[in-house]
Design a protein around this ligand. Structure first.
Ligand SMILES: [Zn+2]
Length: 269
């Protein structure tokens, strides 16, 4: 499996990635990222830095994962949710046409992915002010946008993504008219990779189609890491291993020990 975008350097694009083995250490880091008092893009950066082994041939340093295209980060978070066992889920929706409620399943690993277009991560756009060059938005570009209204967020994002002299890019972006903005948005959408973060489901009663949004950052749910300390406590009290040793166990081994402990108790009782 490959990243829809990847890291470009010197004309070559690396799209490979690998996750670390899923141990308690990684789960604890994810739980910390999930409850961190910072923006969602910053939490995603922390989660990916903690759970990846490599990305695009590099170590997953925070500045490397923050510099990935937004869709690459969503794609990786969806894979991470699948690894954590929360990648298949049932949604319940209420039909707006007939009022019936219905259930449907979503597999996070099967959401449609659009790979990056030609020229990624750059695209040139003809505007009223001449040709402007932009690069695909990254996680780092999203961080300052949280509290801005739509128009200001779009201009701030284009300012970040414009390949120009830093002192002049905001001035240029502020001089773009609505037609230019629309053209840039369309060009960026065509070039940047994309992950579908909504699914279409049809109501079984009346056939009406619904777009249902999927949270690509589900691995950062507030429930992350719930039960981990309790599991450590159970294993430590039986085997007398240290917290650090138990945290190093891969998730499936930790679960097997818990099963063994459970079975032992059943036999004793
Ligand atoms: Zn219906």
């Amino acid at each position: 499996m490959q990243l829809p975008g990847g890291i470009s350097e010197g004309g070559a694009r690396r799209r490979d990635f690998a996750f670390r083995p899923l141990t308690g250490v990684v789960e604890l880091a994810l739980a910390e990222a999930a409850s961190a008092d910072c923006s969602m893009p910053a939490r995603v950066t922390a989660a990916l830095a903690a759970s990846l082994e490599t990305v695009g041939g590099r170590a997953p340093l925070p500045e490397v994962v923050a510099g990935l295209a937004v869709a690459d980060r969503q794609f990786l978070m969806l894979q991470l949710a699948a690894r954590l066992g929360i990648g298949d889920t049932w949604f319940t929706a209420c039909c707006r046409s007939c009022g019936e409620s219905f259930d449907f399943a979503v597999d996070f690993r099967k959401l449609p992915v659009k790979e990056a277009g030609e020229g990624f991560p750059f695209v040139d756009v003809e505007t009223g002010l001449g040709t402007c060059r932009f690069r695909a938005p990254t996680g780092a570009d999203q961080e300052p946008l949280a509290d801005l209204d739509d128009d200001e967020a779009m201009r701030c994002l284009l300012d970040c993504c414009m390949v120009a002299d830093e002192s002049s890019s905001r001035e240029i972006v502020d001089s773009l008219n609505a037609e230019d903005m629309g053209r840039i948005e369309t060009a960026l959408e065509a070039m940047a990779p994309e992950v579908a973060v909504s699914v279409q489901a049809s109501c079984p009663a009346c056939g009406a189609l619904h777009d249902i949004e999927v949270d690509p950052y589900r691995a950062l749910s507030p429930k992350m890491g719930e039960g981990l300390l309790q599991e450590i406590n159970i294993i430590a009290s039986v085997y007398h291993w240290s917290e650090a040793e138990i945290l190093e166990l891969p998730l499936d081994r930790r679960r097997r020990y818990l099963e063994l402990i459970d079975r032992g108790r059943g036999m004793a009782g």
